[in-house]
Structures are given as structure tokens and as C-alpha cells.
Ligand binder design. Structure first.
Ligand code: FAD
Ligand code: PHB
Length: 395
């Protein structure tokens, strides 16, 4: 098989890239390890920044999101019994975020891509292996239904997440990896119950962090910080809800409506960046190149800026034979990535329990108290939360 862009991974990054390229007449093949149902069922992100919303509109997959997504103007931070609203819109000149689950967005993208003549998707592709990208003969080898297959292409996009094959195929001497792991994870619970509040609530508490999020007006997503040795099986719903209530202000806890979980899982927290993001004719995109702790809701939104830069660069290459944007992709993407890595690390550091030393919590409370008393403090949270702008000169 021959195509223009060989894409490894049919998650949000790979699907969005294929769709944006197709609208400019560029053909691609996506090799996805799992089935469509498996990819669509993974419960992950829920908050879209304006940049991601714009990208989905440009990709012409936004109709359902624009109908069903919830636009949020603010978030609430709770600590020391206080509830402080950060007015995102007022502090950022009218910018907002959209609540729309990654599961829904992935369904919309598959609906579009699977009826798109410029995109072919191979599900259950085994042992995908990128080759030839350093010597100008890029190809993807893989197994399908017990046979060895390959795709020849002009460029490879590694959109295959943190555990994928693309980053792993780069010679060690060419790549630098920066990593921090955190001594805790998030236990998440999804339930068909109305959210406890009409905006997201981020809680700093002596017992640990908690977050009240949502997927719709009838579906809640809750998280609590837990130790890395915790097992989901040790957390029946009643124990989860008892614990999250203890970490919230009394009136919020009292108004929480609980119901049976429809999903429960533990995610470790990690900061990770691989540099650079281009190796000859291979580009890394999204989680394949970087991971942030979910505290700032940045993971999926960073994938969106990578996809924006790479699709813009490939369109300039095929349309005008320009290679300058392809050359600048890595440095441009990494600038926004490091800004989000910093914010996600910092927001984690002021909201989570790192150890039992009481001075740590007192210092966090002093920092939150200061931030809330200062317009500059509130603005720095708001600007980062709604998402820093894409680089305007990248065109
Ligand atoms: P992925 O979504 O990981 O997609 C990669 C795709 O590649 C997958 O479909 C995978 O099956 C496929 N693949 C992997 N390896 C191969 C291979 N060798 N061959 C072929 N295909 C392959 N972000 C937030 O903003 N908020 C959150 O609450 C949040 N929660 C998260 C919880 C978890 C458990 C995880 C893992 C991530 C979470 N994220 C969250 C991050 C967000 O979901 C990711 O940033 C986003 O999914 C990145 O999209 P992606 O397409 O780059 O990678
Ligand atoms: C979510 O709804 O899953 C979510 C929202 C905000 C975050 C992290 C996760 O910061």
C-alpha cells in the first residue's frame, strides 16, 4: 500500500490529523492497534480549550460538540473551607472552555474519518514498526490477520500515545527524555448523576486532592488523589463517595447526589517530554511525545496544538513545496508543551498532598490565599487554564 502520510495510532491526535489533511486533499493511512469500540470506550479527558474547539470546527466534526457541549466561564477552587471562583472569561478577555468528553469527540472523529475517501483505517494492526524515516524511505511494517503488510509513505506521524512504537523506534542517542513521576495517582469514577456544581470544583484538602467534573448535566466525573499502591477493587462506590465528601466544603458535600459507578479506574500522574519531536521523516504528535498530570486538563489540548502545527506544515509542503514549517514543527510545538508542563506541574504542586509534613499544607494554603487576593494571581491561573495561544506566526 502507498499513501502520503502514514499515521500510527487512531486516538484523537491521529484521527484529527488525518481529517484536517484530508480536507486539503492529502491522503493518509491510520494503523490502530485496537478495535474502534475499544478506542472509543476509554474514559479520559473532558475539558476542551478554545484552540481544540477551533481545530474540531476546522476539521468539520464539531456539530454535535456545538450542540451538546457545555460552555464553562469559570472554575471553583476550594481550600481551608473557602470556595473561590476563578472567572475565566472576565480574566482572559472572554475566553471559555468546553465540557465535551474525549469518548464523544473520538466517536465524532471516527464517523467522519471512516466515511472519508482520503483516509484508510486499519484496526487491530499488530507489531507496527516505523522504518526508513532517517534515510528518506519511510514505511510502516505491520501484521494484519496473520499476514505481514506494509505502507510506503512520504512522512510518518507517530500519534500512538505514551506506550507507542514511534518514539521507541528512534535511536536513543537522538532523543532526550525528561520525566517526573508523582508519588500518587487519581482514582476516577463516572456516574449517571447530576454534577454537584454547575462548574468544575478543584479541592485542596489535608486528606488529598479532589475534583468534581462532569460530562453532561446528567453525568458526573469525580476524582480523588490516592496512593500508588491502591487498587480499584478496594474502593467500592460508597467508600469513594464518603472520601470525596470529606475533601469538599460541607455545603458542597451535602448537595452531592451519588449513584452507581459506570466506570472506575486509577491513573498514575506523570510529567514527560521527549525532545526533539522530529526525526527525519518521522514526527511525534500528542501523548507519544509528552504527558502532563491531568490537574490542568491539558493533555488532549496539547495534542491539538501539535496537530495544528503539523497539519499546517504538511499542507504548506504539499501545496507550495515549502519545508520551512516542517523544519520548525518541533521547536514551535515544544514551546507550548513546556508552558503546559510547567502549569500542570505547578497546579498539581499547590493542590495535592505530597507528604505528611503539616508545613507543606500550610505553605500551599498561604500560596492559594495570596493568589486569590491578587488579580495577577487569579489571572495567571485563568490564562493558563483556558490555554495559551497557538503561535500566530506559524503559517
Ligand atoms: P492516545 O489517546 O493515547 O491515542 C493513541 C492511540 O494509538 C491509541 O488508540 C492506541 O491504541 C494507539 N496505539 C498505541 N500504540 C500503538 C501501536 N504500537 N500501534 C498502533 N496503534 C497504537 N487529559 C486531560 O486533559 N484530562 C484528563 O482527565 C485525562 N485523563 C487521562 C487518563 C488516562 C488513563 C490517560 C492515559 C490519559 C488521560 N488524559 C487526560 C490525557 C488525554 O487523554 C491524552 O492527552 C489524549 O488521549 C492524547 O491523545 P493521543 O491521540 O495523542 O494519544
Ligand atoms: C475530567 O473531566 O476528566 C477532567 C476535568 C478536568 C481536569 C482533569 C480531568 O483537570
Amino acid at each position: 500500500m502507498r499513501t502520503q502520510i502514514g499515521i500510527i495510532g487512531g486516538g484523537p491526535s491521529g484521527l484529527c490529523l488525518a481529517r484536517l489533511l484530508s480536507l486539503r486533499g492529502i491522503r493518509s493511512v491510520i494503523l490502530e492497534r485496537h478495535t474502534r469500540d475499544y478506542v472509543q470506550a476509554r474514559i479520559r479527558a473532558g475539558i476542551l480549550e478554545q484552540g481544540m474547539v477551533n481545530l474540531l470546527r476546522n476539521a468539520k466534526v464539531s456539530d454535535r460538540m456545538d450542540r451538546e457541549g457545555l460552555v464553562h466561564d469559570g472554575i471553583v477552587l476550594t481550600f481551608a473551607g473557602r470556595q473561590e471562583r476563578i472567572d475565566l472569561a472576565a480574566l482572559t478577555g472572554g475566553q471559555r472552555v468546553m465540557v465535551y468528553g474525549q469518548t464523544e469527540l473520538t466517536k465524532d472523529l471516527y464517523d467522519a474519518v471512516l466515511s472519508d475517501d482520503n483516509v484508510a483505517v486499519v484496526f487491530e494492526a499488530r507489531d507496527v514498526s516505523p522504518a526508513g524515516f532517517l534515510d528518506g524511505t519511510p514505511r510502516l511494517d505491520y501484521g494484519k490477520d496473520g499476514r505481514l503488510e506494509h505502507v510506503d509513505c512520504d512522512y510518518i506521524a507517530g500519534c500512538d500515545g505514551y506506550h507507542g512504537a514511534s518514539r521507541a523506534s528512534v535511536p536513543k542517542a537522538m532523543i532526550t527524555e525528561y520525566e517526573r513521576t508523582y508519588p500518587f495517582g487519581w482514582l476516577g469514577l463516572l456516574s449517571d448523576t447530576p454534577p454537584v456544581h454547575d462548574e468544575l470544583v478543584y479541592a485542596n484538602h489535608q486528606r488529598g486532592f479532589a475534583l468534581c467534573s462532569m460530562r453532561s448535566r446528567a453525568r458526573s466525573r469525580y476524582y480523588i488523589q490516592v496512593g500508588l499502591d491502591e487498587q480499584v477493587g478496594a474502593w467500592p462506590d460508597s467508600r469513594f463517595f464518603d472520601e470525596i465528601r470529606r475533601r469538599l466544603p460541607d455545603d458542597v458535600a451535602a448537595s452531592m447526589i451519588t449513584g452507581p459507578s459506570i466506570e472506575k479506574s486509577i491513573a498514575p500522574l506523570r510529567s514527560f517530554v521527549a525532545e526533539p519531536m522530529r526525526f527525519g521523516r518521522l514526527f511525534l504528535v500528542g501523548d507519544a511525545a509528552h504527558i502532563v498530570p491531568p490537574t490542568g486538563a491539558k493533555g488532549l489540548n496539547l495534542a491539538a496544538s501539535d496537530v495544528h502545527y503539523l497539519s499546517t506544515a504538511l499542507v504548506a509542503f504539499y501545496g507550495e513545496r515549502r519545508t520551512d514549517l516542517l523544519d520548525r514543527y518541533s521547536a514551535t510545538a515544544l514551546r507550548r508543551i513546556w508552558a503546559a508542563v510547567r502549569f500542570s506541574w505547578w497546579f498539581t504542586s499547590i493542590s495535592h498532598k505530597f507528604n505528611d509534613d503539616p508545613i507543606e499544607h500550610k505553605i500551599q494554603l498561604a500560596e492559594l490565599d495570596y493568589l486569590m487576593s491578587s488579580t495577577a494571581g487569579r489571572t495567571t491561573i485563568a490564562e493558563n487554564y483556558v490555554g495559551l495561544p497557538f503561535e500566530p506566526t506559524f503559517a
